[in-house]
Design a protein around this ligand. Sequence first.
Ligand code: AVJ
Ligand code: FE
Length: 451
Amino acid sequence: MTTTDQSSGLPGGAATEVERARERVAEALLRSRARSTLLTDAVDDDDLVRQHSKLMSPLVWDLAHIGNQEELWLVRDVGGREPVRSDIDELYDAFQHSRASRTELPLLSPTEARTYVAQVRDKVFDVLDRVPLHGSRLVDGGFAFGMIVQHEQQHDETMLATHQLRVGAPVLHAPDPDPALVAPIGAREVFVPAGEFTMGTSTEPWALDNERPAFQTHVDAFYIDTVPVSNGDYLAFIDAGGYDDPRWWSEVGWAYRQKAKLTAPRFWQRDGDRWLRTRFSVVEPVPVDEPVVHVCFHEAAAYAKWAGKRLPTEPEWEKAARHDPATGRSRRYPWGDEDPGVEHANLGQRHLRPAPVGSYPKGASPLGVRQLIGDVWEWLDSDFQPYPGFAAFPYREYSEVFFGGDYKMLRGGSFGTDSAAVRGTFRNWDHPIRRQIFSGFRCARDARPAS
Ligand code: AVJ
Ligand code: FE
C-alpha cells in the first residue's frame, strides 16, 4: 500500500518527512540570518570593524566567518559546487588567528562581507532544493544544514555578547519578559532520587557530535535548586564578604579573584549603598529577582560553597532536565518532546535579559525544576570530556580539540540562545574565568550529608 515519491525514491511517508525537514531547514536558515542582520545592521561600519574587547572578534569578522563556514560545508562539501570565494578561508579560520588579533587582518569590509554572505546563502538555497536529505550521515535529516544553522546562531549569541561589551548609545531593544509568567515555586530545592538515566542522544537529528551517543549512567541521589541563583541571593554573598574570604574559593579561583580584583559580577558597579548594572548600554538598578548573569565558574563555585552547597555535575543537570521518573525515558526538553514555545523558556533574544526566577512554570521538568532551558547558561562542576563511544563528526575542531581539563561545562542556553542551538542534550563549554558570556548557575547538594 505504500506509494513511492518518484523524485526522492523513498516510500511516501519518508518522502513527506524529507519535505518537512527541508521546510525546517529553510525556516531556520531565514531566522538565523534575520538575527545576524539585526545584530550587524544595528551599528555603523566603524562599530562593525572595531575591537570592542580583546575577548571578542570585530562583528564584521563574525559575519564573514558565518558565511565562510556555510560556504565550506554547504556550498562546497554538501553541494559539490565551485567556491564563492577561494581566497579568504584562512582569514576566517578561527584556529589561525586569535580573537584579539583579528582587527589587524585584511578582512572583508562590511559591504563586502554582506555581499559575501548573501551570495553564499543564494547558493545554499539552491543546494537545499536539489540535494537529497538522506543517504549519508552528513545530510540525513538535514544534519549539515542544522549544524550550520547552529553555528550561525552560536556566533549570533557571541555577537550579542560583543554588543553587551560595546560602549555607546543603546542600539538593541526588546520588550521585557511577561511578569504574568512568574508563578510561585513552592520548595526551593527538588530531590532527585538515585538511579540510572539515559544521558546524551543517538536520535536527535541535529545533535552535534559531543552529545552522542546515548548511554545509561547512574547518578546518586541529590538535591538541586528549583530555580537559578538570583541577583538578590548573590547580593547576600557579596554583603557577607564572600569576595574577601578565601574559605569559599578554590585555590585557582582565589588566585584569579585576586589577580582580576573581582568584587561583583561583570557589568555591576556600586552606587552609594546600591548596585547598578549596565545592560546593553542601559544603566539600571540590579533587579533582585532575576537570575544572576555574567559570573565566571569560580564565582559560581564560591557562592555555592558559601551557601553550604556545590555546583551540579553535568550528569546531575541533564538528569534533572530530562529524566521522567514515570516512564524512565529521557525527554528532549524538561517539559517534554515539543520544540520550545514562548510559554516554556526565555530563548532567542526575544528579551534582552533573563526572566525573573520562578518564570515559565510550563517549562518545568517532571520533578518541578524550572528555567533549566533559557535565561542564563548554567555553570557546572564538570570538565569537557567525550561520552563513551564518542566519534568526532564531521570535524575534530568542533569538539574534540577542546576535550580535557581546560574548560568547564555550561548547560541550558540563555535568553540570547536560539531554540535551534540548545536542547536537553546540548553541551556548551568555556574557560572557567569567562564572564562576558550570559552565564549564571544554580546550586545542588548531596542527598546524604558527607560524613
Ligand atoms: C560551542 C559556543 C563553545 O563559540 O566557541 C563556533 C561554538 N564553534 N564556531 C564557540 C563554535 C565554532 C563554540 N561554543
Ligand atoms: Fe565559528
